[in-house]
Structures are given as structure tokens and as C-alpha cells.
Design a protein around this ligand. Structure first.
Ligand SMILES: [Fe+2]
Length: 291
């Protein structure tokens, strides 16, 4: 029996996502005889370099370079071969740490294994981390996490990992997909308890308000895709605003806390207008604390 034969009946959310995919993506692509996907893929993926000054970032980890990938959406618009090429772009940057903030898969998990292995094969001295996104849960979030964990990548499901460098420690937390600010709050509290972390991974940037309340120095998120369609030279004026995501692309701050939202490497419909697909290389600097 194949793995796919063992899968359960599709959930209502997966059925809805399949219909949306057919109407907005696969259908138009078929009608245009593949032109839609070809044109979309020809745009490539950019490497975005960003320096982020983070108050309260541990001095011992000043200057580390985090390879931040998100929203690969491996599926019929992002075949595993293409995803592995994008992971190679990230590998070439030789990051100190790799963080993938979810939506590794688009609809279904079978076939994603080689992409998870490619991520794990990036030899990042401070480790490779993953949290799951909403698309990872459409078929089976548990299977996606199982596959990623089997490669040796650390899956943070409402959990905290300690990254050691000599006698110094960086505390890295991660939460599984949560849709609303209050569900983000519950997951963060479950992961952190009464403590805080230096770095938090959350697919949903709506986690940032509570992360800042908890004193988290830096939060990394994805999910918005930067709306995929934005006004020219105004990356934050994009379609994600229609879904209530005002922190939807780039760096944001609340007090001493910082958030970076990547617009992601994949897509859920084959158009990106003024929002190129990206992988991010984040250089993190320890900044002065504002009281
Ligand atoms: Fe996504």
C-alpha cells in the first residue's frame, strides 16, 4: 500500500483549498496551455539581504546570518526539483542558521521528502529549524512534521530549543500554525511558559503582538506572501491588507522587539506583481535597548 492510499478522507479545508487551486491556478494554467506557470517560473527567486538591528539580541550572537525561507508550497506550481534548486541558492549563501517558517507544502505532503532533505543538508553550524504553516495542515501537518524531523531538522511545535556557541546560549522558540491573535497567544504561552526567547518562529505574523509582550527579541514569519500583488515601490500596500495582515512584508517593531515577514519563495496562485519571490539572508545585529 502506498503512503497516499493510507491517508484519511480529505478535510473540509483541503476540499476548499483544492477548489480554489483549480479555479485560480491549475484551471487558468490549463486554459493557457502552461503559459501561466512558465511565465511565473521564469521570474525566478531573489536573495534578499537584510540587516536587522535587534535590541536585547545576545552579544555572543551578534552578526549571525540567518537563512530564512518560507512558503515553498511544494506542489504542482513548485515541483520538488525547482524547490531543491531554490534551497541550493540558500545553501550557496552559507548561513549560520536555517529557519523555515512553514507552508513547505501546498496541498499534499507526499513527494516533499527530497525538499525536506535538501533543507537539512545545508550545513548551518547553529542548526536548521522548521515550524508548520496552514497549508502544511491541509492534508496532514503531523506527516509534514514527521518528514521534516526525520531529516534531522529541529521541528518546533510549541517548543523551545537551546542553541549553544561555546558557553553562550541562544533561545529559539517556535509555534505551529495559529490563525488568530488569540490562538497565537495560546501557542506562544504553551511554548514559552513564563520565560521568553531570543528568536521566535511563527508562520503567522499575527503572533508578533504577544511575542513583543513576552519580550521576544526577534520574530520571523511568513504566510502573507506580501499579498503577491503590491503597488510599485510600496511593498506594504498589497493584497494581504484585504485579509487583515498589516504587517505583511519586511521589518516591523514594537518597543525593543522586531519582526521580519518574508514574502516567501512559492505562491498559491501564479502571479507576483511587484512582490518577487524571495529567500532572505538576515544579518542580526545586537542593538541598544530602549527603556
Ligand atoms: Fe503560504
Amino acid at each position: 500500500m502506498t503512503a497516499s492510499n493510507k491517508r484519511n478522507k480529505p478535510s473540509a479545508k483541503l476540499r476548499k483549498a483544492r477548489i480554489r487551486h483549480l479555479l485560480m491556478t491549475a484551471g487558468p494554467n490549463r486554459i493557457t496551455r502552461g503559459w501561466f506557470y512558465r511565465r511565473h517560473h521564469a521570474e525566478g527567486v531573489v536573495v534578499r539581504d537584510e540587516e536587522i538591528v535587534v535590541p536585547n539580541w545576545p552579544k555572543a550572537f551578534d552578526g549571525i546570518r540567518i537563512g530564512h525561507a518560507s512558503d515553498m508550497h511544494v506542489g504542482d506550481m513548485m515541483k520538488p526539483d525547482r524547490a531543491i534548486e531554490i534551497v541550493s541558492q540558500l545553501r550557496d549563501e552559507q548561513p549560520d542558521m536555517v529557519c523555515h517558517t512553514g507552508d513547505l507544502v501546498d496541498l499534499y505532503w507526499p513527494g516533499v521528502e527530497p525538499v525536506a532533505e535538501a533543507f537539512a543538508s545545508i550545513d548551518a553550524p547553529l542548526g536548521n529549524f522548521f515550524v508548520r504553516g496552514n497549508h502544511d495542515e491541509l492534508d496532514s501537518g503531523d506527516e509534514v512534521e514527521r518528514i521534516v524531523a526525520a531529516t534531522g531538522t529541529t521541528v518546533l511545535h510549541d517548543d523551545v530549543a537551546l542553541v549553544r556557541r561555546g558557553s553562550d546560549t541562544l533561545r529559539v522558540g517556535g509555534v505551529a500554525w495559529a490563525r488568530t491573535p488569540s490562538s497565537c497567544r495560546s501557542r506562544i504561552d504553551a511554548a514559552l511558559g513564563d520565560e521568553s526567547v531570543d528568536l521566535l518562529l511563527s508562520h503567522n505574523p499575527k503572533a508578533f503582538d504577544h511575542a513583543a509582550e513576552k519580550g521576544v527579541a526577534l520574530t520571523l514569519s511568513g504566510h502573507t506572501h506580501g499579498g503577491q500583488i503590491a503597488r510599485r515601490n510600496r511593498p506594504n500596500a498589497n493584497m494581504a491588507l484585504l485579509h487583515g495582515y498589516r504587517r505583511n512584508a519586511g521589518v516591523y517593531e514594537i518597543g525593543n522587539s522586531r519582526l521580519f515577514v518574508t514574502v516567501g519563495a512559492g505562491s498559491w496562485f501564479p502571479v507576483r506583481w511587484n512582490v518577487p519571490a524571495e529567500i532572505a539572508i538576515l544579518t542580526i545585529r545586537s542593538g541598544a535597548t530602549v527603556s
